[in-house]
Design a binder for this molecule. Structure first.
Ligand SMILES: [Zn+2]
Length: 49
């Protein structure tokens, strides 16, 4: 099983994502809302505008 992870752009913490996590999901962390991106097999978080 693949563990989905993405690092927080605000604090650099490596977050473990839920199994059902998918691109476009919103995630709250560090008091901000981030959108989950999935590209080239890697997850990343982008700040919501
Ligand atoms: Zn953070």
């Amino acid at each position: 099983m693949i563990v989905k992870r993405a690092s927080c752009p605000a604090c650099g913490t490596m977050l473990t994502l839920p199994d059902e996590a998918a691109a476009g999901d919103r995630l709250e962390h560090c008091g901000e809302t981030f959108r989950l991106l999935h590209a080239y097999g890697v997850f990343a978080l982008e700040r919501e505008e």
